[in-house]
Design a binder for this molecule. Sequence first.
Ligand code: FAD
Length: 488
Amino acid sequence: MTLNGSGQYESFDAIVIGGGPAGSSAAYKLASEGRSVLLLEKANFPRFHIGESMVPYLSRLLEMMGVSEKVQEAHFVRKSGVEFFATHNDDLRRQNFSNLAEGQSKRTYNLNRARFDKVLLDHARDTGAKVLQQADVKKILFDGERVAGVEYQYQGQRHEARAPYVVDASGRAGLISKHFNHRIMNHKLENVAVYQHFTDVVPENNPGVQGDVIFSSHKEGWLWGIPIEADVFSVGAVMPLSLLKQSNPKDMFKKHTDRAPRIKQAIEGATPTFENPKVELDFCYYTEQFAGPGYFMVGDAACFVDPLFSGGVFLSMTCGMKAAEAILDISKGKDEQEAYKHFDNFCKTGYDSYFRVVYAFYYEFDRDMNRMGLELPGGFRFVLQTFAGDFWADQDQPVMEYLRSKEEWATFKKPFDMVYDCPIYPDNHYRAADLANLTPVDDFLQSLPTDAKVEDKVLVGVGSRQSGIGSFGKNFSQGLINLFGFVK
Ligand SMILES: Cc1cc2nc3c(=O)[nH]c(=O)nc-3n(C[C@H](O)[C@H](O)[C@H](O)COP(=O)(O)OP(=O)(O)OC[C@H]3O[C@@H](n4cnc5c(N)ncnc54)[C@H](O)[C@@H]3O)c2cc1C
């Protein structure tokens, strides 16, 4: 296994570079089907990572990976909704995941990524993957034009491993993408994030529902407030790079946090963890080619989109699983080129869809999430479903159909075949065909007064509610209750 000119190497069915959510998902899937897989991770887990708010569709994905129980046992913060506050018009609303289609999980998580990523990595190892930490991949190895293995540094020595397939899940490092010069920066979204963690948070200071993400937008950007532990909040301000260049991260973070009254309230008296807020530059990039001879690229190694809708981890894991499925399909006789093509189409559909939702926020709805909920075609259920992770939506899903009609929002320049096949809820989701039976949009959107205290209670019982598409009683939106949130 040690190089030292001995020519020795270890062979596997697949090698995965990077043990973040994308890499662990790919390694888990391959190992679960009895394939030999080597996962090489540079860091020693648990390690810090930003990216903590999850979409609801993640819950089902965790079940599909058999890791749901382990995640539950780790007691991450459960999330049943998100509140959106637009400072320019004081419009506050709550998106309540209980309005998702029957059969879908109505809750997801906010994750302390250091702990979560370790749960996933351990799960891959427990399933049979060979996991090496503090194993730094230094070089991609080729057999002619084909990727054939890696060279890595581990315990002070160089090693070589070979496999017919290498999955690059190295995150922003993007080893294969950079090797081939495949990474393309997205100049439509030149934003940066400046963020901080706060400890000793007093839960009673939170003006909203415990567990909710507090989203706050203003004319120059937006902020996230994410409870990632009972007494820890992650706060981040996203803004144009050009704006940050006019000042410094510390001042900018304060200036922007001051514009988010509900986040400010939630972290009142709490202690910042980092001496200075951290900064994430190089925000959005993509690739025109997610796979090629002997390799697959997954997660941030391939593509990164503005974190606005919390889709990064979900997309990374879903594509990680798909890469593994492609490798398994090939081993069962599927044509290799076809497998690459399908994987490429799948990833492009997911990322293209997600980019479009992000563009809508910045370019059509003037950074107003509530207007998106009110004005996108099809009504609130489809908006909610889109935000929740419906990135491989049916062709006629109204929100995605509209967003996909915008030619100027296409991410990938080369034509590709869309994959209209939700890998998470193929059977349980709102369908355009049911639109006529659904209650009107305004049943779903009532503004919350900004001084209202939102209770962590589901006041079911006022109005009538049955389950299923189109079965919400008309009275349900009356009185103090609304389907977007619950107000005292
Ligand atoms: C500011 C910001 C906010 C975000 N907010 C959210 C959010 O709220 N919700 C959300 O879902 N997503 C969010 N994201 C995105 C999310 O963090 C990423 O999409 C996700 O972490 C990608 O997972 P990954 O496995 O592809 O990469 P990573 O999680 O980055 O994992 C890559 C791994 O590869 C390892 N590695 C790198 N180089 C090597 C090497 N040479 N050899 C071996 N190992 C190597 C690294 O150590 C790392 O552990 C956010 C991102 C940013 C920047």
